[in-house]
Design a binder for this molecule. Structure first.
Ligand code: ADP
Ligand code: MG
Length: 140
């Protein structure tokens, strides 16, 4: 299986509740390695840009408000099949539909405040990693 990189975000609802270590443990237990990480706060403008593809969705402005409301941890995760593996560990967008043992099932507050973001494919992974990190900030 190919070694891939994916962009992960631990969202404001999780940093606020001080459960980032519990979430990171799920990634590491699944064989994903943190090769870059920083704690930041997004401006409204940066959050709008990151979620540009959802601009026409009814939840866009609430999502931008939420994602810029507090600290987030952005990470590059690396491992075999990392993009799909991370999505599996995260669980479905709506925590009510997320499988047992997934991060969203165990930690999410709502469909919006669902604790984590993960890239959804190889192209978005590259775009999203480049949105937050320079190559020299990624250390394997
Ligand atoms: P995912 O994060 O699982 O890839 P999407 O890309 O569809 O899901 O949506 C991006 C984010 O927008 C979700 O993680 C969630 O925070 C928020 N979101 C998605 N759908 C809804 C909804 N119906 N109501 C409120 N917020 C939503
Ligand atoms: Mg998505």
């Amino acid at each position: 299986m190919p070694v891939e990189r994916t962009l992960s975000i631990i969202k404001p609802d999780a940093t606020e509740r001080n459960i980032t270590g519990k979430i990171i443990d799920r990634f590491e237990e699944a064989g994903l390695r943190i090769v870059a990480q920083k704690k930041i706060k997004l401006s409204v403008q940066r959050a709008e840009k990151f979620y540009e593809v959802h601009r026409e969705r009814p939840f866009f402005s609430d999502l931008v408000k939420f994602m810029s409301s507090g600290a987030i941890i952005v990470q590059v995760l690396e491992g075999e099949n990392a993009i799909l593996k991370n999505r599996e560990v995260m669980g479905a967008t709506n925590p009510e539909e997320a499988a047992e043992g997934t991060i969203r099932k165990d930690f999410a507050v709502s469909i919006e405040a669902n604790s984590v973001h993960g890239s959804d494919g190889p192209e978005t992974a590259v775009e999203e990693i480049n949105f937050f990190f320079k190559e020299e900030e990624i250390v394997t």
